[in-house]
Design a binder for this molecule. Structure first.
Ligand SMILES: C[S@@+](CC[C@H](N)C(=O)[O-])C[C@H]1O[C@@H](n2cnc3c(N)ncnc32)[C@H](O)[C@@H]1O
Length: 350
């Protein structure tokens, strides 16, 4: 059952879904704080391991996953729930107005506008589940959920040139994605809801999800004298893509406005090491740390393992560095050099 559970995850930039077996053996105790949840892959692994999860991220896209799947122990999406998204409801037409044909076909945009308006009528966690269902629908088929391509494809589909479009693309995978994108929305949503439902289970713990900046969340938990056994930190990498740029359109749709501000660049910028120092200091009340980072020796923008280890050892003298075998996909590293030299490492304190 375990591996099917992870099909619930979104295609997510920097997801640790493929590294869970290397990272999770370092989790100690019963309470896991996942400070940068992203797709929620690591929180989900912690939940599978029977831990209590406290998950945080500045972005709403992560919070809805946390409420829909991590904190939710028993509510599932029914076929009637999916059908209800199609029952016409007056709405603001936000997606139709702003993202056709650049991102969506007109019919898909109409379904999404109606669906998001319908989802808002439900109580939590069904509301977040339906928002997550629609978000996963939007991201599936896009490389790491990115929105860089689409307009030309959409225009050809709108002109009825589907066969010509599919024949014109060189990669089989891309042709399949285009073919999938013209399947009826209902059918695709039902397939996604089945993946979500498979990941709903109760591990006997109550979980907590916060849409909060990592520094503020640590302050809050320390002030409340909370017991946390392991903190997992997987911030954006210095010099890599900014999450709120990559997911801008999804974030705009979730907030239903064009100017969404997410303060998520503290670890992307040149002064990232100073922010790590502040982060480690604030988290030092927690005994066990697991910190993820990636590094590309051909690029001068990243942070070397030894360098980050030096900062962590100011607070956790027993910290050590473990290099994992993993290659990022090119999209995750702006201005990077050759991909085959990329490596992923973790710092652990046990
Ligand atoms: C590398 S991703 C995490 C990936 C995640 N571990 C996974 O497996 O999917 C980094 C995440 O940090 C979030 N983030 C960036 N700055 C943050 C901050 N100051 N506080 C909390 N979250 C932040 C981003 O929104 C993004 O979701």
């Amino acid at each position: 059952m375990a591996s099917k559970i992870y099909q619930v995850l979104m295609p997510f930039l920097g997801s640790k879904s493929k590294l869970l077996d290397s990272i999770s053996p370092y989790f100690r105790g019963n309470v896991l704080l996942d400070l940068f949840m992203g797709s929620g892959a690591v929180s989900l692994r912690g939940k599978v391991m029977g831990m209590k999860i406290i998950g945080g991220d500045v972005a709403r896209r992560s919070k809805i996953f946390g409420i829909a799947v991590i904190a939710n122990n028993n509510v599932r999406i029914s076929e009637e729930d999916v059908a209800s998204l199609f029952v016409p409801l007056e709405n603001n037409g936000f997606i139709q107005k702003n993202f056709v044909p650049e991102i969506f076909l007109p019919e898909t945009a109409k379904v999404l506008d109606n669906g998001f308006a319908r989802a808002k009528q439900y109580e939590s966690p069904k509301r977040e589940q339906l928002e997550y269902l629609l978000s996963k629908f939007i991201l599936s088929g896009r490389q790491f959920g990115g929105f860089q391509v689409g307009k030309k494809d959409n225009e050809m589909v709108m002109q009825g040139r589907i066969v010509e479009l599919i024949e014109s693309v060189s990669s089989e995978a891309r042709a399949e994605k285009i073919a999938a994108s013209i399947q009826p929305e209902y059918k695709r949503l039902v397939a996604i809801k089945n993946k979500i439902n498979r990941a709903i289970f109760n591990n006997g713990e109550e979980h907590e999800i916060y849409q909060t900046d990592c520094f503020d969340l640590l302050d809050k938990l320390r002030k409340e004298n909370r017991k946390i056994d392991t903190v997992y930190m997987d911030s954006p990498y210095r010099g890599s893509q900014i999450y709120s740029s990559h997911y801008k359109i999804l974030d705009q749709i979730l907030e239903q406005k064009l100017n969404v501000e997410i303060d998520d660049t503290a670890f992307n910028k040149n002064n990232a090491l100073e922010n790590f120092d502040r982060l480690f200091e604030k988290a030092s009340f927690i005994e066990n740390f697991v910190v993820s980072m990636g590094y590309n020796p051909n690029s001068d923008s990243g942070i070397k393992g030894e360098e980050l280890l030096g900062v962590l050892q100011r607070y956790k003298p027993n910290a050590r560095l473990i290099t994992l075998k993993h290659q990022w996909a090119i999209a995750n590293i702006a201005k990077s050099g050759r991909q085959e030299n990329n490596c992923e490492y973790i710092l652990v304190t046990d």
